[in-house]
Design a protein around this ligand. Structure first.
Ligand code: ZN
Ligand code: ZN
Length: 201
């Protein structure tokens, strides 16, 4: 066991469970996010508190972890760039296989999840490192998946004025006298699209 790995807040020691199918342990852990977790537009910011409730179950193939992550995420409204905040509560469940069992992991994980999440099993093989389970990637994936693609400050946020950049929610009657009518036709084309969403990942 490498001492350095134990220093990561995401690493959990499963010593008392390893090779003891049927044994179970529950724990709570509060982590200060070492770096931001999220997307370009919204994230749990670095140093913010992440609360984890974990249940570790020893199974024949390894150790199954079931958990929830709670944290405050913050970012910017994609329409008006105002601050947005979101309270996250994210569920996850993963099997950490013993190294010699890792090749069987996909089938086992699928059965533990009721076969719900099979598309991710090919790429994700979580293996115990000695007695240690590193939750960082799982927490990161679960949080990113739970965050809104396009956070908005309010569902009907009208965004920014396409001509001067003013925040329209602050000034609903805002308008400009358009001199050339062709400009107003152009302005109606500058509606936000879903293209930004595809750049995610
Ligand atoms: Zn907004
Ligand atoms: Zn304006």
């Amino acid at each position: 066991m490498a001492a350095a790995e134990l220093e990561s807040p995401w690493v959990v020691d499963t010593r008392e469970l390893v090779r003891r199918p049927g044994s179970m342990r529950e724990l709570s852990r509060t982590v200060s996010a070492p770096e931001r977790i999220g997307t370009d537009v919204i994230a749990i910011q670095a140093d913010h508190t992440v609360e984890m409730e974990l249940r570790l179950e020893s199974v024949v193939e390894g150790v199954l972890v079931t958990g929830t992550v709670q944290a405050e995420a913050s970012g910017l409204c994609v329409r008006c760039l105002d601050d947005v905040g979101e309270t996250l509560e994210v569920f996850f469940q993963e099997l950490f296989a013993y190294p010699e069992r890792a090749s069987h992991h996909s089938a086992v994980a699928a059965s533990h999840k009721g076969g719900k999440d099979q598309q991710t099993d090919e790429e994700e093989q979580h293996v115990l490192d000695g007695d240690l389970m590193d939750l960082e990637e799982i927490v990161r994936d679960a949080v990113v998946t739970a965050l809104p693609f396009q956070p908005v400050c309010q569902d009907d946020c009208p965004g920014l004025c396409s001509e001067c950049g003013a925040r329209l929610a602050d000034d609903p009657d805002h308008h400009h006298d358009v001199i050339d009518p062709r400009w107003s036709a152009l302005a109606s084309l500058s509606v936000p699209t879903d293209d930004d969403e595809k750049k995610r990942n």
